[in-house]
Design a binder for this molecule. Structure first.
Ligand SMILES: Nc1ncnc2c1ncn2[C@@H]1O[C@H](COP(=O)(O)OP(=O)(O)O)[C@@H](O)[C@H]1O
Ligand SMILES: [Mg+2]
Length: 235
């Protein structure tokens, strides 16, 4: 499969300390790639570079054969790159309906956005008038995903979707993510703990201290490497 979205040899720093030391990742349309690694490895920074919200020191960002290195977040979003940030990208004081209404800036009508959102996540229809902050954690992630889908993304970047959620809920969310990929979206998922996402990932990469240590099919070797990595860690 040829890549729709690619980070090529990306280096990035925070306050002049380099935290990504040449990260290369490629995601094809319809594919789910998992980027795994311990806390502080540089996973979020990788997604921020991918979405244009954090600058790369060097390296390239390619989308559909176009070089978008250095492009502004707005331009990347317009080109179809959608980041669902860590910690749920919803407005807690607004209702579900108003969270979706905000996405009409994309040019889609409220009715179109709600139709797509409620078809994929029927529970959101039942909660339409409810304040987003009072939804369960899983429902808030569904709303965040629904907001993302309203942009009709070509590339979906997900940062620790599972954080704070029960395994059953995480499993259901990832089933939806797999379904979104099947419709042709290139999905790059970041997780600290792997179990749920490995079930749907076509490929996985292990990031340690800003370097990709291993990349391949989520097979036993990769699982063993991950458990070795986390063994003895306080979490
Ligand atoms: N805003 C920031 N200012 C300074 N250092 C940061 C900032 N954000 C992240 N870092 C550092 O960059 C490294 C990678 O962080 P991050 O990308 O958030 O890792 P992960 O998402 O894998 O936990 C860590 O050492 C972290 O402390
Ligand atoms: Mg992170």
């Amino acid at each position: 499969m040829s890549a729709l979205f690619e980070l090529r040899d990306v280096r990035a720093a925070h306050e002049r300390i380099t935290v990504l030391h040449g990260v290369s990742l490629a995601v094809a349309a319809g594919e789910v790639v998992a980027l795994l690694g311990p806390n502080g490895a540089g996973k979020t920074t990788t997604l921020h570079v991918a979405a244009g919200v954090h600058p790369a020191e060097s390296g390239r960002l390619l989308l559909g054969g176009r070089d978008l290195t250095g492009a502004r977040p707005r331009d990347l979003a317009r080109a179809g790159v959608c980041l669902i940030p860590e910690g749920r990208g919803v407005f807690p004081n607004l209702s579900v309906r108003d969270n979706l209404l905000m996405m009409t800036f994309t040019g889609r009508t409220r009715a179109e956005i709600e139709e797509v959102a409620f078809a994929r996540f029927p529970v959101l229809a039942r909660r339409a008038g409810q304040t987003a902050g009072t939804l369960s954690g899983g429902e808030q992630q569904m709303l965040a995903l629904a907001r993302g889908l309203a942009t009709d993304p070509a590339v979906l970047l997900l940062d620790e979707l599972s954080m704070g959620l029960a395994p059953l809920v995480v499993g259901r969310l990832y089933e939806q993510v797999a379904e979104i990929a099947r419709q042709g979206v290139a999905v790059l998922v970041v997780e600290q703990f792997a179990a749920a996402v490995l079930g749907i990932a076509d490929r996985a990469a292990v990031l340690v201290r800003g370097r990709i240590e291993r990349q391949g099919h989520p097979d036993d070797g990769l699982r063993a490497e991950l458990s070795a990595l986390y063994l003895g860690s306080p979490t």
